[in-house]
Design a protein around this ligand. Structure first.
Ligand code: PSV
Ligand code: MN
Length: 430
């Protein structure tokens, strides 16, 4: 089943293909001078996949307002439909990362089938203990897994166990846990006791993990707690992951660090200790901006992939990070942002594959800083767009995804089918 008529994709691709072939051949010749086989790199581009967050398919918002667009998905079934569009255009997003209870349904096998009909699968389920649900018996106002009240902690533990069960029904293999727990005032919380409570709760969740599952702990420096957060940084995250056991790893969200933090070095450390669970890709200038991946700091994203590809190259054991986007789209059509972002992440991966690892190691051993840095820049400066476009073309996706999407008039066609509830004004993140 498809959401974008393949005739539209075909017609658009026809218009672009001649130029693409010319650009691809020229790039192939250039790369061959460096001993790089463009076909091998294109195959790697075809194999690359990154998951779409279900919550990213609707217009996001800030603490002040949300300005939804026309024809937005109103439930998880419609979100799946938009994820199908993203995959049909990008060719590199064949999975969805759901968030509960936002995406909870009565019949998970129906939801699984609905996605499978579009060739989509489910990965990394996310729990939500950062807001109270209607009618909830006890509150998360003062935290969830680390709450001083046992009843709140128990509720949060049970919710995470429920998320594992939903994920199992969908065929997912990991649980991502992010808590908003923390404090706003110095002295409000006893740092050690709060962390002890968190660990004791997380132990209960870890015990409930199926044998072939992983648990990923997502750290975040601030928000909603603005003075301290319980899993504040990768230090707290890896400590907790080490405490819990080998199936627990850290998850790196690019917007969850202090400005100018060397994220690629954190990634290298996590790889070294077999604790890199996965990523939430997005971009940021100030904080957890949740901007489109690669829109501001493409070189940082490339440097992260340089570490990932290096680990692949060295055949690092137990290295299998989950790639996901996690963004909020306030002023763009979420489909357009997610397609663009997925391709930008793929672009970083492909550029990192162009680094001559042996040459780089040689420069590093010789302390030749300018040549080492130049080797990275050489790879980064290649325009790999023809490789990405050719990979899409060969998979039946769009050579020019945004042009094709607009030609298909998908969003306009959804407006009458998905009328907005006039009462659902909404604010904050979806
Ligand atoms: C928190 O800011 C976060 O990055 C976590 O991944 C959440 O689960 C997600 O955003 C969605 O709100
Ligand atoms: Mn995140």
């Amino acid at each position: 089943m498809r959401r974008i008529d393949s005739a539209v994709v075909h017609e658009q691709n026809e218009q672009e293909f001649k130029f693409l072939q010319t650009d691809f051949n020229a790039l192939g010749e250039k790369l061959s001078r460096d001993g790089i086989d463009i076909e091998a790199i294109t195959k790697a581009a075809e194999a690359f996949q990154i998951a779409v967050p279900s919550w990213g398919t609707g217009t996001g918002g800030t603490r002040f307002a949300r300005f939804p667009g026309q024809g937005e998905p109103r439930n998880i079934f419609e979100k799946v439909e938009d994820c199908a569009v993203i995959n049909e255009l990008s060719g590199c997003t064949d999975s969805i990362s759901p968030h509960f209870p936002w995406d909870k349904v009565d019949d998970f096998s129906e939801l699984k089938q609905h996605a499978a009909a579009f060739g989509l699968k489910w990965v990394s389920v996310n729990s939500n203990t950062f807001q109270d649900q209607p009618g909830q018996a006890v509150s998360y106002k003062y935290g969830s897994l680390s709450n001083t009240e046992k009843a709140s902690r128990d509720l949060a533990i049970q919710h995470n166990l429920d998320c594992i069960s939903y994920g199992q029904q969908l065929g997912a293999k990991s649980l991502t846990v992010w808590v908003g727990d923390g404090s706003n005032h110095p002295g409000q919380q006893h740092f050690q006791r709060a962390f002890e409570r968190y660990l004791a709760s997380a132990e209960q969740i870890y015990k409930g993990l199926p044998a072939d599952w992983e648990m990923h702990l997502e750290h975040k420096m601030f928000e909603p707690a603005f003075y301290s957060t319980v899993i504040q940084d990768w230090g707290s995250s890896i400590l907790a992951a080490m405490h819990l056991g080998p199936k627990c790893k850290s998850l790196v969200d690019l917007g969850h660090h202090a400005p100018n933090t060397n994220i690629e070095m954190i990634v290298a450390r996590l790889i070294q200790f077999k604790k890199l669970g996965g990523f939430h890709f997005n971009d940021s200038k100030y904080g957890d901006d949740d901007l489109d991946s690669g829109s501001l700091q493409p070189y940082q994203q490339f440097l992260i992939f340089n570490e990932l590809v290096d680990a692949e190259h060295r055949k690092e054991a137990e290295f299998n990070p989950a790639y996901m986007l996690d963004q909020s789209h306030n002023v763009t059509d979420p489909i357009e942002s997610l397609v663009t972002s997925a391709i930008e992440v793929q672009r970083s991966y492909i550029k990192a594959l162009l680094v001559n690892r042996d040459a780089l190691y040689g420069y590093q051993e010789a302390n030749d800083a300018i040549m080492a840095s130049g080797e990275l820049k050489r790879a980064f400066n290649f325009d790999v767009a023809p490789i990405l476009a050719m990979a899409r073309y060969r998979k039946g996706a769009a050579i020019n995804p945004l042009k094709t999407y607009r030609a298909a008039k998908y969003r306009q066609s959804m407006a009458p089918v998905r009328p907005r509830d006039p009462k659902a004004t909404g604010s904050g993140i979806i």
